[in-house]
Design a protein around this ligand. Structure first.
Ligand code: GLU
Length: 468
């Protein structure tokens, strides 16, 4: 039997990294077994579901490279099947209509609380005479009163639920809309899902869903509940801890391969290996190896992995993204400046993400309009200027404008003046880039070009050298 997993997000907001990780685990499980990974948009809550949220989810999955098989299923279009399942249960006496008013339910719960019991529906409409069909009412599942339901979870192991703790669940609301637990069972069965992999926040729904599978005579899938992601302080990961939407990571310049690698390791491990290609993940992933406890989000590790993937990427593959980021930084023309691919090659090993890379590349295309004050005070003292001026003069006459030739020129000058390389490299760096950080000075100037280098140095001398 072919393995079929699914991701079933509700399109009511962003794609949360927790959701992305659940999707990744489902995807990996399917791909590992040569099965299918399906996508179902659970859009039955018409008030809160939006097309925009659906688009964000699809975009996010595509960006991460989590491709799905078959057409996307929209839950709202399966209404007939949901209604048919409820009618079947009603006809078989496995569900019943309930006319309890809100006031009655509130009073019931208040009594239960007063008696020190857990508030839950007591099934009173099971035994009542039927009310008028056109008066508002819900349809409830007649759940077993005794025994246990055991979830044989592939991650958490056996989780035992006492059936007396599970009250008669609403299957259909008074407006005729199906509830989550009904719809999810009917749809998972219709889609032939063999393995339901989802967040541990759904564990309490699972015994109810298992009872529904049985009542409907549907084949039961296997279940795996993935523990949640916690922030460094041990509380559930939220905005307080940093970015939680996949789009935020994309905007901040994280690479999809790094995100996938990072999310896979968040709760899953294979020995002490940290870096996994997609192919390795597919080969090695087993949902049974997912940890039983919440995983801690670790920003430093994500940054480390991202830097790793950024170094390993081909600069050509990054060019479109970097060009767009430069445009957002006001650099609309990269064609008339230094070769962007070479600039990326210089910067990719010293950047943590694409945003950093783009801001580090900006000066190649835009002369500094101001200089870092602190750096100027530190590196452009009076003694620096003769050295800078010597450099400008000799650079103008340099035969080859290559990194090697520039290196020889700078080291020769520093030797003559009896100073370390940084005494000249830092002033030049500030004059050409505006600040004290750039790739190695020889490669930087080689890429910037002789004319532009000298132009910026002369401008800097005019702007910063104190008149004597
Ligand atoms: N729509 C549910 C959610 O987003 C899906 C739960 C499930 O995977 O069964 O939480």
């Amino acid at each position: 039997m072919s393995i079929r997993t699914r991701f079933a997000p509700s399109p009511t907001g962003m794609l949360h990294i927790g959701g992305a990780r659940t999707a990744l685990f489902s995807w990996l499980h399917a791909r590992h077994h040569g099965g299918q990974f399906l996508l179902r948009i659970e859009d039955t809550d018409r008030e809160r579901s939006t097309e925009e949220a659906t688009r964000v989810i699809l975009d996010g999955l595509q960006w991460l490279g989590l491709d799905w098989d078959e057409d996307v299923v929209f839950q709202s279009r399966n209404r007939e099947a949901h209604v048919a399942a409820v009618e079947k249960l009603l006809a078989e006496g496995k569900a019943y209509r309930c006319w309890c008013s809100k006031e009655e339910l509130d009073a019931m719960r208040a009594e239960q609380r007063a008696a020190g019991r857990k508030p839950m529906y007591d099934g009173r409409c099971r035994h009542r005479d039927a009310g008028p069909l056109d008066a508002p009412h819900v349809i409830r599942f007649r759940s077993p009163d005794a025994g246990q339901t055991v979830v044989r979870d592939m991650v958490l192991g056996d989780v035992v639920f006492d059936n007396r703790e599970l009250d008669d669940l609403i299957l259909m609301r008074s407006d005729g809309s199906p509830t989550y637990n009904l719809a999810v069972v009917v749809d998972d069965a219709a889609m032939g899902i063999t393995h339901v992999i989802r967040g541990a926040d759904h564990l309490n729904n699972t015994p109810r869903q298992m009872q529904l599978y049985e009542a409907l005579g549907l084949p039961m899938p296997s279940f795996a509940h993935i523990p949640l992601i916690h922030g460094p302080d041990g509380a559930k990961m939220s905005k307080r801890h940093g970015a939680v939407a996949v789009t935020e990571y994309r905007e901040a310049g994280y690479l999809p391969d790094a995100m996938v690698n990072y999310l896979a390791r968040l709760g899953w491990s294979h020995g002490d290996q940290e870096v996994f290609s997609r192919q390795e993940l597919i080969e090695l992933f087993d949902v049974r190896d997912v940890g039983k406890t919440a995983a801690r989000f670790d920003q430093d590790k994500l940054d480390w992995l991202n830097a790793h993937y950024l170094r390993a990427a081909s600069p050509e593959a990054l060019a479109d993204d970097v060009r767009a980021r430069l445009a957002a930084l006001g650099v609309t023309d990269t064609e008339s400046g230094p070769d962007l691919v070479r600039a990326i090659a210089l910067l990719q090993e010293r950047s943590r993400n694409l945003a950093e890379l783009a801001s580090g590349a900006r000066f190649f295309y835009a002369a500094p309009d101001e200089y870092d004050d602190k750096a100027v005070r530190k590196h452009l003292k009076a003694s620096a200027w003769p050295l800078v001026e010597d450099f400008a003069r000799e650079a103008a006459a340099l035969e080859d404008w290559t990194a090697e030739a520039i290196h020889v020129l700078i080291s020769g000058l520093c030797e003559r003046h009896g100073v370390k390389m940084g005494r000249l490299a830092q002033p030049i760096r500030i004059l050409v880039s505006g600040g004290p950080v750039s790739p190695p000075i020889d490669a930087t100037l080689a890429l910037l070009g002789r004319e532009e280098t000298l132009r910026r140095i002369r401008r800097g001398i005019e702007a910063l050298k104190p008149a004597v």
